[in-house]
Design a protein around this ligand. Sequence first.
Ligand SMILES: Nc1nc(=O)c2c([nH]1)NC[C@@H]1CN(c3ccc(C(=O)N[C@@H](CCC(=O)O)C(=O)O)cc3)CN21
Ligand SMILES: CC(C)C(=O)C(=O)O
Ligand SMILES: [Mg+2]
Length: 271
Amino acid sequence: MSVNKEIKKITTNTLQKMKSSGEKISMITAYDFSFAKMFDAAGIDVILVGDSASNVMAGHETTLPITLDQMIYHAQSVVRGVDRCLVVVDLPFGSYQGNSREALNSAIKVMKETGGHAIKLEGGENEVESIKRIVNSGVPVMGHLGLTPQSIYKFGTYNVRAKEAAEAEQLKKDALLLQEAGCFALVLEKIPAQLAAEVTASLHIPTIGIGAGGACDGQVLVMHDMLGINASFKPRFLRTYLDLESQINGAVQQYIADVKSSDFPNEHEQY
Ligand SMILES: Nc1nc(=O)c2c([nH]1)NC[C@@H]1CN(c3ccc(C(=O)N[C@@H](CCC(=O)O)C(=O)O)cc3)CN21
Ligand SMILES: CC(C)C(=O)C(=O)O
Ligand SMILES: [Mg+2]
């Protein structure tokens, strides 16, 4: 934690003001102290401790296996690296869908044990009661509509969502319900840009898109994807800003060669 009182911390109110003034919101995932510290220093607005940790940290096929305690471990590490960003923590599969009491307990556990600033959960209409209860307890909630990876086995694919009119209408309704329930922002994942634009215009809370086009009030990407650590993941919505996988491969190959050839360590690198 910083003792520098000059640092302007990002709050849910800041995000609301950014929507009003038209300043786009930048969000990225992080799962550990070191990366969170770099993203905070670079000026990112929001860090999401995503349940994508299940994929990129633990190597699972889906987000379903990660537990609440594992999410809490990642979130604790991220919060230690942050001075200024808003930290949002995903509630994992199975920690909130049972009933609103379970959802509230999970949200409170995250807030008590991590020092994070908000939670995110997936779903529309079905989650309204839980969201109201969590918001009423004083915990800010971010919603998540469209491609909701915790429901992958219900849908069977990671294809674009809400392409059909009926599904699009339901998503628009869900977005309004989540806003009414008290969400401070919504993630819109992998839906047509036109639909995301309509939803964004219909809400007074900000939308954060991933594969949802440029009209959203902000954008989010998984850190490994945008840094090029995850070269086999190439959905159309992804822009990569580094080719870290090949750079790390080169660095580690050079290290191996230096060890094998006894080039490392040299006389300046010993005592
Ligand atoms: N590394 C990573 N990045 C993510 O964006 C991410 C995760 N993990 N884990 C949780 C969810 C899952 N997400 C996903 C998963 C797949 C696609 C996707 O577009 N997949 C295919 C196309 C669809 C298909 O053919 O099934 C692709 O083109 O890669 C998008 C978002 C988003 N989240
Ligand atoms: C892709 C983002 C929105 C997410 O929920 C995650 O990383 O878990
Ligand atoms: Mg997630």
